[in-house]
Design a protein around this ligand. Structure first.
Ligand SMILES: *[C@@H]1O[C@H](CO)[C@@H](O)[C@H](O)[C@H]1NC(C)=O
Ligand SMILES: *[C@@H]1O[C@H](CO)[C@@H](O)[C@H](O)[C@H]1NC(C)=O
Ligand SMILES: *[C@@H]1O[C@H](CO)[C@@H](O)[C@H](O)[C@H]1NC(C)=O
Length: 494
């Protein structure tokens, strides 16, 4: 009896073991099937855009594949338990068509807001309608806008990169592309927040201060448990906000954000800097601009992203000379008594409401009346003579204050080529080893689409910088330089 009973027990244990093994195998196969199925059914195809091709637009197909295959884009959602399901926020009506720098400044702050709200940020493509770098008119006269993937510009957290530099961040918190949002968040599951209504609800208006806007929106977004939130009907941080000093009280929180601290230019931009590095330095390119041969899965990862925290390019002074259509804009600004915009105002003006230490020195010690009369124009639309004089002073100060010997000069500009050539001659006569400009850059097709950001990467990487305080491009360079830990005294204005 005992023996038989033991036998029976042994038999059943054996059976149970088999059964368990079977179950484990079965669930493993099911898991693989679900993963595979999910993978197949959610991976979007990279389609050929015939119209874009006919206009000669680059298709960024390697970057598109890279974006599609970001690790956070392939996790099978149905395997999450409810608690673990990631949460997202999509700012559907953030400004997009305007210039790249208006778009960028808002994307970065929205990403910071998403981060504080414990939601993954959703990043869109950039579709330039102002100053498109390629023709976009079809033969019948309608426009077919150029589409540039975010990862052609950037590699940091705002474009789906890691939120921490050791990559030990939570995958589910990383930004996702708008395409992946479409997969994850069908309309029926989306909670919609209208910007105007929400502002009424949380007691914000057009005069609210930046810190208050940020805090209240964080609270609102974090209080919603639904995974998919779409903010529409306007911008949380709109164009007027960026041109007011209401922005500045966000800086203490934003300057410590992983969004800004881990900001990096894309490998496409690193490649362009490498090809043109003779313009910036007589030395061989530094390691962070040198090709990286190990990971060749995607053509463009032969170069690494360029984090703003890299060492500056020694001996380089880079200046932003905004011209082109800017004269009329400068007149407008002068007539309205405008002050520096965006992050340019960081501690620059004695009149600033938020004197953050240490201050960025400027030439702006003028009275309001003087400022209105000639100050704005002088700083917004400087003459070639005043550019030469300012560059001279900044070079002298660099030696005196920090012992920096500046030798090469790079001019990021959209000016008339003849005017720029004349300026280069005047500057070269003042004793620079070498003076070059945006017109000397050699680009491949895809790089040409992001040429403005390539210039910004040079302005960020230079040892010393002079910019235009009224320009959002300069403002974005100011924030990336500060993010990279550059000394504030290396940031100057006309
Ligand atoms: C993208 O452009 C390249 C080069 O012009 C071409 O070889 C490739 O087939 C294009 N891919 C797509 C998906 O359009
Ligand atoms: C112009 O041509 C494009 C491409 O064939 C088409 O999609 C678009 O609707 C046309 N626009 C007009 C106004 O006919
Ligand atoms: C500037 O540098 C380029 C490339 O190194 C060189 O070809 C050119 O002659 C230099 N120009 C001057 C004025 O030194």
């Amino acid at each position: 009896m005992n023996t038989r009973r033991t036998g029976t027990r042994r038999m059943s244990r054996h059976q149970i073991a088999c059964l368990r093994l079977g179950l484990v195998c079965l669930s493993f196969v099911t898991y693989l099937w679900i993963c595979g199925h999910w993978h197949r059914s959610t991976k979007w195809e990279i389609l050929v855009d015939v119209l874009a091709e006919s206009l000669g637009h680059p298709n960024f197909s390697n970057i598109r594949i890279y974006e599609r295959d970001l690790p956070q884009h392939s996790l099978p959602r149905i395997l999450y338990r409810e608690m673990e399901r990631p949460r997202y926020v999509f700012f559907a009506n953030a400004v997009n068509g305007l210039g790249w720098n208006n778009v960028l400044q808002e994307q970065l702050l929205n990403a910071h807001l998403a981060h504080l709200s414990q939601r993954a940020y959703v990043f869109p493509d950039f579709t330039p309608s102002d100053h498109p770098p390629f023709p976009d008119k079809l033969p019948n006269g309608s426009r077919h806008l150029l589409h540039i993937p975010m990862n052609a510009f950037l590699s940091g957290p705002v474009a789906g990169g890691a939120l921490s530099c050791d990559s030990k961040d939570h995958l589910l918190r990383r930004a996702v592309s708008e395409k992946w949002w479409d997969v994850l968040c069908p309309r029926s599951e989306v909670v919609v927040l209208n910007v105007q209504q929400t502002m009424l609800e949380i007691l914000l208006d057009a005069a609210s201060d930046g810190k208050e806007i940020l805090t209240k929106w964080v609270h609102k977004l974090a209080s919603i448990s639904d995974p998919c939130v779409r903010v529409e009907g306007g911008s949380v941080f709109d164009y007027e906000f960026f041109n007011s000093d209401r922005l500045l009280s966000i800086w203490p929180s934003y300057s410590e954000s992983p969004i800004l601290e881990n900001f990096a230019w894309s490998p496409l931009i690193t490649a362009a800097l490498f090809r043109n590095s003779h313009l910036f330095s007589a030395d061989p390119p530094p390691p962070f601009l040198t090709p990286y041969e190990a990971g060749r899965t995607y053509g463009f990862t032969r170069f690494l992203p360029l984090p703003v925290s890299e060492q500056p390019i020694s001996g380089l002074l880079a200046i932003h000379v905004r011209r082109g259509d800017y004269e009329a804009q400068c007149m407008l600004l002068a007539n309205s008594g405008a002050q520096f915009c965006g992050w340019n105002a960081l501690g620059t003006l004695p009149r600033s409401k938020y004197p953050l230490e240490p201050q960025i020195p400027t030439q702006l010690d003028m009275s309001d009346a003087e400022w209105r009369e000639g100050g704005t124009l002088h700083h917004c639309w400087p003459s070639p003579e005043s550019i030469v004089a300012r560059v001279h002073t900044v070079r002298q100060d660099a030696v005196v204050i920090r012992g920096q010997k500046l030798k090469k000069l790079y001019i990021a500009t959209n000016g008339d080529p003849v005017w720029v050539r004349n300026l280069i001659q005047m500057l070269a006569a003042d004793g620079w080893d070498n003076v070059s400009s945006s017109f000397d850059m050699e680009f491949e097709l895809e790089e040409r689409a992001v040429a403005q950001a390539v210039d910004m990467a040079v302005l960020t990487a230079a040892e010393v910088f002079i910019g235009n305080g009224f320009s959002s491009m300069t403002s974005n360079v100011v924030q990336t330089r500060l993010a990279g830990g550059r000394d504030r005294r290396t940031i100057n204005f006309w």
